[in-house]
Design a protein around this ligand. Structure first.
Ligand SMILES: *Cc1c(COP(=O)(O)O)cnc(C)c1O
Length: 405
């Protein structure tokens, strides 16, 4: 399915607003947003109607676990924004979407290859949880496509990608990795939470399944947890069936919040990307900082690959503190910040900072190429919608506090 003739900004306004979801049956006129339809039970017309059953697709009342118009509207909106997708399955969190997708694709005896720079819970799913089902997993170096090719064996059934990588932000050659997988009959799943299809239409770039944590950019306000998996047929059917078997369902209230967030995602991403670039540029001039891990920044590691494949970014990037800065100094920096909250997650309207220790992030390669900052300590920033100068002032205060033990 193509994106249609309109540009992304327009499509974010149009998608998921079919008349059947925004109007009362038989009434004239309709409302702007799909209302919150709360329902476990959908009533049938009569026993013949019950006996006739319902197709197992969105848009057909059956029972609350298969959703209603609010959830269908969100799923349809996400499908419409992902070129190449025939459907989207919603999950109660991003982690549930990753686990649910992998369990749909893999069987006992299969092997999963997982990118070394994956989100930590993804590593835990791959390297710990799947083991209980007789599925093995090994990490691969996402910056070395040849090594992926060499690792694919008779039992390899899927590869799990993520770009940029969590915390250290390496951009990998997704089209090349996905092409290697496809050539060998291996399915590729990408965690596309960072870029969203607005910045990186993953299926168009050769991936088979695009997973997102909707908790981040789509929700956008730090008040809802949700995940999604989008794919073409017949794969989306397998993911859907597995999700149904596991009883996965999202509430209509949460779906309405995610739909509301989706409408402004484009302008929020544009703004936070611009502010993040300003801050990344400023941080790269600071003596307290030894490396800025931000592929959107010209000259930074991964920038050329990002320029080639991505049409947008977001406010999430990291930096590494100069050698000699210890954990106590980093804590003074974080504790002095007033605009940056200390907390997990990202993609909200408010800025966040979180410390990370680079050493245990990767198993195969310590740093992206061109970066070697030894034992330097990391800080990840999630840039929200505040003014860039105010955020710079906050960080400058933090650096001052760092120096004064
Ligand atoms: C947050 C996150 C997830 C998990 O999403 P939840 O909705 O928090 O479960 C998955 N992948 C990435 C890259 C994330 O940042």
């Amino acid at each position: 399915m193509s994106k249609g003739s309109h540009k992304d900004a327009t499509r974010l306004v149009e998608v998921g607003r079919k008349r059947e979801w925004t109007s009362a049956p038989g009434a004239k006129g309709h409302v702007v947003n799909p209302p919150v339809w709360r329902a476990s039970t959908h009533l049938y017309e009569d026993s013949a109607d019950l006996a006739a059953g319902r197709p197992n697709d969105d848009g057909h009342f059956y029972y609350g676990r298969r959703g209603g118009p609010t959830q269908w509207a969100l799923a349809d909106a996400l499908t419409q924004l992902e070129p190449g997708a025939d459907g989207t399955e919603l999950f109660p969190s991003g982690v549930a979407a990753i686990a649910g997708t992998l369990l749909a694709l893999l069987r006992p005896g299969d092997e999963l290859l997982v990118t070394d720079n994956a989100y930590e819970p993804t590593h835990h799913i791959a390297l710990q949880m799947l083991d209980q089902f007789g599925i093995t997993a090994r990490p691969f170096d996402p910056l070395d496509p040849d090594s992926l090719s060499a690792m694919i064996g008779e039992h390899t059934r899927a590869v799990m990608l993520e770009s940029p990588g969590s915390l250290t932000m390496e951009v990998c050659d997704v089209p090349a990795l996905a092409a290697i997988a496809r050539e060998r009959g291996v399915l590729s799943v990408i965690d596309n939470t960072w870029a969203t299809p607005l910045g990186f239409p993953a299926l168009e770039h050769g991936c088979d399944v695009a997973v997102m944590s909707l908790t981040k950019h789509v929700g956008g306000h730090s008040d809802v947890m949700m995940g999604s998996a989008s794919a073409a047929k017949p794969l989306i059917g397998r993911i859907r069936r597995q999700a149904q078997l596991m009883g996965q369902v999202v509430s209509p209230d949460d779906a309405a919040l995610a739909l509301r967030g989706l409408r402004t995602m484009g302008v929020r991403l544009e703004r936070s990307t611009r502010t993040a670039l300003t801050l990344a540029d400023w941080l790269s001039t600071r003596p307290e900082v030894s490396a800025v891990l931000c592929p959107m920044l010209p000259g930074a590691s991964g920038h050329d690959m990002w320029r080639r494949d991505y049409t947008g970014g977001c406010g999430l990037f990291s930096f590494v503190l100069a050698d000699g800065c210890d954990k106590a100094a980093r804590a003074r920096l974080l504790d002095a910040l007033t605009l940056f909250g200390i907390g997990f997650s990202w993609g909200g309207y408010e800025s966040l900072a979180i410390p990370f220790d680079p050493a245990p992030v990767h198993k195969l390669r310590a740093w992206p190429p061109g970066i070697d900052v030894g034992s330097g300590l990391g800080v990840r920033l999630a840039i929200g919608l505040e003014d860039a100068d105010d955020l710079i002032g906050d960080l400058a205060r933090g650096f001052e506090a760092m120096e004064t033990a």
